[in-house]
Design a protein around this ligand. Structure first.
Ligand SMILES: Cc1cc2nc3c(=O)[nH]c(=O)nc-3n(C[C@H](O)[C@H](O)[C@H](O)COP(=O)(O)O)c2cc1C
Length: 316
C-alpha cells in the first residue's frame, strides 16, 4: 500500500513527502537520498554562490534520475545567479523561502520549472495564486528556521479553503501521526525539515544531530522577534544572549549581526552552544538517527495504519 495525492503526479514522485530545502543542511547527499527513496529531495541554496550549488546538483544527478528540487532563498545575494543555474541545470522543482518569488515566476514557467513558494499566511498565498505557481508549502510556527505566527493546525485548513492549488503542510511533522493529521486538514503532502536533519545521510555535524536528539519539548525557542525575522532554534548560549539583547532594547541591526553566519557554525563546525541550532518544536520527539529510506518508509506505513485505524471510530 502507498499514498497517492495530487502532488505525486505534479512532481512525479512516489511518496508525497518533501525534504525541506534547509540552508547548509540540505546538501546534495541528503537531497539525493530522499529523491532516491521516492520523496522529493531539495537542495537548500541558502546564501551560497552558484558554483557551490552547481556541485550539489551534480551529486544528486550522479545518484538518481528521480525528480529533485532546489530551494531558493530570496534574500540571498546570489539569488539571480541561482535562478539562472536552476534553468541551466533543468531542475524540475523550485521552492522559495523568505518572501515573494513573483518577479522570477515567468522565467521559471518558460523553462518548465514547477514553482512552490513557502507561505505562512493566507494573504500571501492568495496573492501568489494569481501568478503561475503550482502549489504552496504552508509552514506553521512550530517549524525550525525562519517562521511565521500561525500554527500548522490553524494555517492548513484556512489555506485549503482559500486556494485551489495543492497545499503541502510543514512544521511539526515527523511521524505518521503528524502526516495523517496534515492529510485530515486537507493537505496533499508534507514537508519535513528537523526529522531529516537527523537522517544518517545528513551531513550536518554529529553534535548538531545529537542536540536535536537530546532536545525536549520546550527547547526549540524563538529568537529575533524584535528584528521582524524570527528564527526557531534550540536554546543555548546564543539564544540566551539574543534574548537578553532583545529584552534590553538593543538595536535590531546589532541583533541581526550577532545571528549572522551562526547556522553555518553550528551545522558545519558543530558549535552547538554559540551557533544557531535551527530546529522545530518536534525535536523533542526525534530520538534516533535513521537512514532516509527508513524515515520515509516508516512514516508512510504509520500514516496508512492510522488512517485505517481511525475508521474504528465510525459506528452505525
Ligand atoms: C536547519 C534548518 C534550516 C532551514 N533553512 C531553510 C531555508 O534555507 N529555506 C527554506 O525555505 N526553509 C528552510 N527551513 C525550513 C524547512 O525547509 C522546513 O519547512 C521546516 O523545517 C519544516 O518544519 P519542521 O522543522 O518542524 O519539520 C529550514 C529548517 C531548518 C531546521
Amino acid at each position: 500500500m502507498y499514498l497517492d495525492t495530487r502532488i505525486c503526479e505534479l512532481f512525479d514522485i512516489k511518496h508525497p513527502i518533501l525534504q525541506g530545502g534547509m540552508a547548509w543542511v540540505a546538501t546534495g547527499e541528503l537531497a539525493a537520498s530522499v529523491s532516491k527513496s521516492g520523496g522529493l529531495g531539495i537542495i537548500g541554496a541558502g546564501n551560497a554562490p552558484k558554483d557551490v550549488i552547481k556541485e550539489e546538483i551534480k551529486k544528486v544527478k550522479a545518484t538518481t534520475d528521480n525528480t529533485f528540487g532546489v530551494n531558493i532563498m530570496l534574500l540571498s545575494p546570489f539569488v539571480d545567479d541561482i535562478v539562472d543555474l536552476v534553468i541551466e541545470e533543468e531542475v524540475s522543482v523550485v521552492t522559495t523561502g523568505a518572501g515573494n518569488p513573483g518577479k522570477y515566476i515567468k522565467k521559471f514557467k518558460e523553462n518548465n520549472i514547477k514553482v512552490v513558494p513557502l507561505v505562512s499566511s493566507v494573504v500571501l498565498a492568495k496573492r501568489l495564486v494569481r501568478t503561475d505557481i503550482d502549489a504552496v508549502i504552508a509552514e506553521g510556527t512550530e517549524a525550525g528556521g525562519h517562521i511565521g505566527d500561525l500554527t500548522t493546525m490553524t494555517l492548513i485548513p484556512q489555506l485549503v479553503d482559500a486556494i485551489d492549488l495543492p497545499v503541502i503542510a510543514a512544521g511539526g511533522i515527523a511521524d505518521g501521526r503528524g502526516f495523517a493529521a496534515a492529510l485530515s486538514l486537507g493537505a496533499s503532502g508534507v514537508q519535513m525539515g528537523t526529522r531529516f536533519v537527523c537522517a544518517e545521510e545528513s551531513t550536518a555535524h554529529e553534535d548538531y544531530k545529537k542536540a536535536i536528539i537530546s532536545a525536549r519539548d520546550r527547547d526549540a525557542v524563538v529568537t529575533g522577534r524584535s528584528t521582524g525575522h524570527p528564527v526557531r532554534n534550540l536554546k543555548n548560549k546564543l539564544t540566551r544572549k539574543i534574548d537578553n539583547m532583545e529584552k534590553g532594547g538593543i538595536d535590531k541591526k546589532e541583533i541581526e549581526e550577532i545571528g549572522s553566519g551562526k547556522l553555518r557554525e553550528a551545522v558545519q563546525d558543530g558549535n552547538i552552544e554559540t551557533g544557531s541550532v535551527m530546529a522545530g518544536q518536534i525535536a523533542g520527539m526525534i530520538n534516533e538517527i535513521k537512514p532516509v529510506k527508513e524515515i520515509i518508509d516508516n512514516i508512510i506505513d504509520e500514516t496508512i495504519e492510522i488512517i485505517n485505524k481511525n475508521r474504528d471510530y465510525i459506528k452505525k
